[in-house]
Design a protein around this ligand. Sequence first.
Ligand code: COA
Length: 325
Amino acid sequence: MTVTRSAIVGCGSYLPKRVLTNKELALTVDTDDDWIVSRTGIQKRHIAAEGECTSDLALAATREALAAAQMDADEIDLIVLATATPDQTFPSTATAVQAGLGITHGAAFDVQAVCSGFVFALAVADNFIKTGQSKCAAVIGAETFSRILDWEDRNTCVLFGDGAGAVIVKAIEGEGTSDDQGILSTHLHSDGRHQKLLYVDGGPSSTQSTGFLRMEGKEVFRHAVTNLSAVVREALEANDLSTDDLDWLIPHQANKRILDGTARKLGLSPEKVIVTVDQHANTSAASVPLALTQGVKDGRIKLGNLVLMEAMGGGFTWGACVARM
Ligand code: COA
């Protein structure tokens, strides 16, 4: 029997043009640059233009990922798009991307795991490819969180931004080893007991409105460091690897202090952690592919590097993926 595995063969990203700095934000809400930088590491965020939707961001990132992979949209037979801020309640934002790419074959659907969404979407695509149901997937994380923020709530509005990242995941024949290019494993978790610590207070079935993001920041912080370090250990152990084997940790970009806390708990050198949260704040499902693409574009992440992606989000949901680039 032929064994198939999946590999990431191209990365792309898109950030809306409009940049909102901490200083600008401090003109409209009771905060200041020093507080935001010292508590979060965030310096600025990008905000989607009026009429610019999650699917527009997603499409731009996917086109860049296809170009990086030197592939045509025709080769894609699966689109898995992670978002908590879809264009509409339905149809899925993934189908808008499919139409934008000009393809009508294959399947396109959204995955909802908030900030962990990209890792969940990657796991879905990896499994579709491993079972032979797909040959080539576009896996996208795209968000317009600016649309669900209460811009009068300083506890939350300073923390998030808009953006999109995408990867092309392709089937490769043969079992491969941990030295060969490919996704080695994915690890997903959820614990629905903590819904009220990070949620949106609206939705089609409950309030018939979109609602705003609400969060108990301190509690989320505590759970994040614990769950993320645990899932990183789980992913390493599953592959008989140690932190020393990793070339790069690509964490969900929520808060610099969460990144530092997790790296410290794992005994991982800060030089091995890709950090982009300073540049675009927390972009939820987009943050891992944005960081991955940044690392590839600036030459830090090279072909053959071993990377570990991890994320945690509302639900709670959390997960990790180990991949050889
Ligand atoms: N500007 C200025 N002051 C602010 C502020 C802001 N933007 N936001 C909150 N504060 C104030 C609070 O009102 C509080 O004031 P008080 O002591 O008078 O009540 C004070 O700062 C301290 O708040 P605290 O909650 O103790 O701060 P913190 O050190 O826990 O940092 C977060 C707050 C939100 C940055 C931090 O808890 C965090 O990052 N949590 C995780 C959030 C996250 O990443 N969520 C997404 C996960 S996917």
